[in-house]
Ligand binder design. Structure first.
Ligand code: ADP
Ligand code: MG
Length: 175
């Protein structure tokens, strides 16, 4: 996928009540305007990368990109599980992520147990991959410095080509 690594950020919105949190794996959802900016070569499936909330520390993450049944599968959803235990929810805050690599395609599961096992494996794989030295560099990327101060008309990394949403604070850049 030529668009990887892919940087984006946006406000954390309410999901579709699929109860990820009840499974012990909460997923922070991006709004439609962020999802719509995804380059065409980013296919559905599970990705790993780095994430931060507002000006907070950068943590490992796994992200699921999937067709959203709520919109009759015409829209994708981007749901990020940050590999960290937060004291509180962070709806309305800004989530910044860099997607680095692909773990697996989307698939259906016969049981909830099978789904949870697959997600646990995804998290394990993300944990291992992100230890590689080449991935540590992205953790330190300027993109994660002062995300809330980043002006709307500028991307935070100099090499970025940007696609900008003018009226909102959702800043996208595809490397
Ligand atoms: P929703 O359907 O609203 O997305 P979830 O059950 O998926 O509900 O929970 C997601 C919310 O949980 C996020 O929006 C965020 O506020 C909170 N949250 C707490 N810890 C995490 C985490 N480690 N990763 C992602 N979201 C988290
Ligand atoms: Mg969710």
């Amino acid at each position: 996928m030529k668009s990887l690594p892919y940087f984006c950020r946006g406000e954390v919105v309410r999901g579709f009540g699929r109860g990820s949190k009840e499974l012990g794996i909460p997923t922070a959802n991006f709004p439609t305007c962020v999802v719509e900016q995804l380059p065409a070569d980013i296919s559905t499936g599970i990705y790993y990368g780095w994430a931060s909330v507002d000006n907070g520390p950068v943590y490992k993450m796994v992200m699921s990109i999937g067709w959203n049944p709520y919109y009759k599968n015409t829209m994708k959803s981007m749901e990020t599980h940050v590999i960290h235990t937060f004291k509180e929810d962070f709806y309305g805050q800004t989530l910044s992520v860099v997607m680095i690599g692909y773990i697996r395609p989307e698939k259906g599961f016969d049981s909830l147990d099978a789904l949870i096992t697959a997600i646990r494996n995804d998290i394990e794989e993300a944990n291992q991959k992100l230890e590689l030295p080449e991935h540590q560099k992205l953790k330190e990327d300027n993109f994660f410095k002062d995300p809330l101060d980043t002006p709307v008309d500028k991307t935070s990394t100099s090499t970025a080509e940007s696609t900008l949403s003018t009226e909102s604070k959702h800043i996208m850049n595809g490397h």
